[in-house]
Design a protein around this ligand. Sequence first.
Ligand code: DUC
Ligand code: ZN
Ligand code: ZN
Ligand code: ZN
Length: 467
Amino acid sequence: MRRVVIRGGLVVTATDEIEADVLVEGERVAALAERGSDAAQGWTADHVIDATGKYVIPGGVDAHTHMELPFGGTSASDTFETGTRAAAWGGTTTVVDFAVQSKGQALRDGLDAWYAKAAGHCAIDYAFHMILSDVTDASLKEMDLLVDEGITSFKLFMAYPGVFYSDDGQILRAMQRAAGNGGTIMMHAENGIAIDVLVEQALAAGRTDPRYHGEVRKVLLEAEATHRAVQLARVAGGPPLYVVHVSAEEAVRELAVARDAGLPVFGETCPQYLFLSTDNLAEPDFEGAKYVCSTPLRPREHQAALWRGLRTDDLQVVSTDHCPFCFSGQKELGRGDFSKIPNGIPGVENRMDLLHQAVVEGHISRRRWIDIACAAPARMFGLYGRKGTIAPGADADIVVYDPAAEQTLSAETHHMNVDYSAYEGKRITGQVVTVLSRGRTVIDERRYTGRAGHGVFLPRATCQYVN
Ligand code: DUC
Ligand code: ZN
Ligand code: ZN
Ligand code: ZN
């Protein structure tokens, strides 16, 4: 078995910071030992990685990506091959993508289509959530089978009437089923029925620019939907409820109230809500379209509440909602009608760096960085033990991170298959140097050495997150 030793770094996990060397045997972490200890000195290795002056951190777990998602008459521009390669460049070694059930389709068929898209193409390991867009007696029964297969989380939409939308009765039924089979309910919490009325009124009044996307998708309609989701989950018998892409202070408050009451309610936010704002949506010459996603970007004042939520554990996870569409030819479909701009922002490559920048700027601690980006998402979605930490027996998904390197984010240098960066020109202190995925070096001192097809499908346990 190949033995790799990573020497001289500061190992940072969600719970510890230790000056330790790490021994990898084959695909797993075999041991950690204090730097300079007899144990560490005694290790022989086929390959030694010098991590002096660097952090040694677990590979990132991005629990929210949309590779190749069909949306608004087009399709997200990253394939599993290009998207997972970009993830590796950014220090992420696991993605959990969303398989889609279309209206009228069996869950089995939607899921099999996703296995087919991903199998043999991924540079890093991957798992799936299942989007439910047609809650019927048949699909409720299928949920149980999926849980047994390691697809243990189900996303429902209170938004997008006619596409992904479920009404309150369907949501309640899916939640009841999850309460029985151990599944987690993920919720896109926006009142899409009300939003569609406001969209129609805005367009009729000639308000067609990208910034109106932000104006019609009101904070109150996110907060209302979040509140309703929490109450429905309680009525259903309390399956774990994970609210995705929380963007607004008022929504964080709803989660905090639920968590203070001891409910298994969780929240995710994304880098775009922490670093971008409605100012971006208002950029001239239709450039605002680059920042159209749902939930939408909010006025800058909301960011403080999101950072606070991450510190107080009212929000547990930062994922990307990576859903890239090129400006040219894709975002442009919405010129003259913001409702036709495909929704989504690219970011799978940028998450670990942006959150390290947040450490540098004092928003979160170093350990909290690893918690929200690695450990908590692994626990939340039943991957902990294998993913999200550096410990004997865990998969050797390890990043050597240089906290002092300076870089500038740009579409010219990123590896995502999209023609713009939402963070163009942003200066970041910190950079990924080397990445191991199950013991294999996929980034070697900023050279890509990975391979499409190295990544394997990860069946998941049910939620392991303990409040
Ligand atoms: N939001 C997005 O921005 N894109 C895809 C789906 C979603 O809910
Ligand atoms: Zn969503
Ligand atoms: Zn999403
Ligand atoms: Zn090397």
